[in-house]
Write a protein that binds this ligand. Structure first.
Ligand SMILES: NC(=O)c1ccc[n+]([C@@H]2O[C@H](COP(=O)([O-])OP(=O)(O)OC[C@H]3O[C@@H](n4cnc5c(N)ncnc54)[C@H](O)[C@@H]3O)[C@@H](O)[C@H]2O)c1
Length: 331
């Protein structure tokens, strides 16, 4: 796939560029700063300019939009809002104009009410909490979420917004011991963080798993995967959205076990399209929660992976059954 990553010279974006290239995609990084990659792999552009956004997305299949002023208090309030809201509008509008297949973009956990100077209504929080932006940065991300919903509705293109938590790179862990003496130091985001490598790995492993299981189920029912669309083919688009993973026990000796009621949950959005015209013929969404085995248990990477496989298998076999009913004689 030809993927444009915006902000690919930055902290989170460079891991996305690396992970996508490792999985064989042709990736162009679009950023204000060059990333030092060979000629042709990085384009300098200012995405607050609609014309530049339109140009750089021409010919792409998908965009991962990470370019932004990445936090409050780095620029003047209004400038943060202007750059983030405008560049997000431009990237989304260009993606729709060029009929890209997928838009993935970085929203932020700050829409939930960070820095929580006023405590949240409940904790641990999840996305059912009402958005409460407390900065122009968070407001720009909430505007992005509204734009994404409306562009997706109008175009039928799948938009996946990630409310990313505080991104940590390997070298950031050196500062962790300095947080231990004063628990209030990181109360601003309820002590949350994500590892940049986990973000990239979760995305690519889940995508591989979904592809493998759906292809297997459809093959077994006599629907082979084809390289080129024709009047005989149906385009199946599968997206996992709203992914909520309960942090698994890493089984490392210095850690205490994490007891949880389930492994998390995820929502599948599935679309069937006419492969020639791109017209959406059917769309379905379903949310699954990981196995509940009564009282609290330890979840590990293995149980989490098994739960994910089980949910995806249920969805894939559901599609197989729906297709069988659709093509049944007399249907
Ligand atoms: N770092 C975090 O903890 C965190 C947490 C939640 C969400 N996010 C979001 O994730 C994304 C990536 O964050 P990051 O930490 O990698 O930020 P970063 O600042 O390291 O990278 C952002 C990149 O965007 C580029 N950029 C900014 N304005 C641009 C413009 N107008 N045109 C083109 N490129 C432009 C910058 O040059 C930079 O390389 C951002 O959207 C951010 O809001 C980050």
């Amino acid at each position: 796939m030809r993927v444009v990553v915006t902000g690919g010279s930055g902290k989170g974006g460079r891991w996305v560029v690396r992970a996508l290239r490792e999985h064989g995609h042709a990736v162009t990084n679009v950023d204000l700063r060059h990333d030092g990659s060979p000629h042709g792999q990085c384009v300098i552009a200012d995405l607050t300019d609609l014309g530049q956004a339109q140009d750089v997305l021409a010919g792409a299949d998908a965009v991962v939009h990470f370019a932004a002023i990445p936090a409050p208090e780095l620029r003047a309030e209004g400038e943060t809002f202007r750059i983030n809201a405008l560049s997000t509008y431009n990237v989304f509008a260009a993606a729709v104009a060029h009929r890209l297949r997928r838009v993935v973009w970085a929203s932020s956990e700050t829409v939930l009410g960070l820095p929580f100077d006023r405590p949240p209504d409940f904790a641990p929080i999840d996305e059912s909490i009402t958005a409460r932006p407390e900065s122009s940065y968070a407001l720009s991300k909430l505007v992005g979420e509204t734009l994404a919903g409306q562009f997706a509705r109008r175009s039928g293109i799948g938009f996946v917004g990630l409310r990313i938590s505080n991104i940590m790179e390997p070298e950031d862990y050196a500062a962790f011991p300095s947080y231990w003496d004063d628990p209030t130091v990181r109360k601003w985001n309820l002590w949350g963080y994500v590892d940049a490598r986990d973000v990239a790995a979760i995305q690519s492993r889940l995508a591989e798993m979904v592809h493998e299981i759906f292809v297997d189920e459809l093959n077994r029912a006599g629907y082979p995967l084809v390289a080129e669309p024709s009047h005989e083919t149906l385009r199946v688009t599968v997206a996992i959205v709203d992914l909520f993973i309960t942090a698994p026990d890493t089984m490392s000796p210095e850690r205490t076990s994490t007891f949880t009621a389930d492994s998390g949950r995820m929502t599948l959005v599935l679309e069937l399209r006419d492969s020639v015209t791109g017209e959406v013929l059917a769309r379905a969404a379903d949310t699954r929660t990981g196995r509940r085995s009564g009282p609290l248990t330890v979840t590990s990477r293995t149980t989490n992976t098994a739960d994910a496989r089980r949910a995806i298998r249920i969805w894939a076999s559901g599609l197989r059954q729906a297709l069988a009913e659709m093509y049944a004689p007399g249907a």
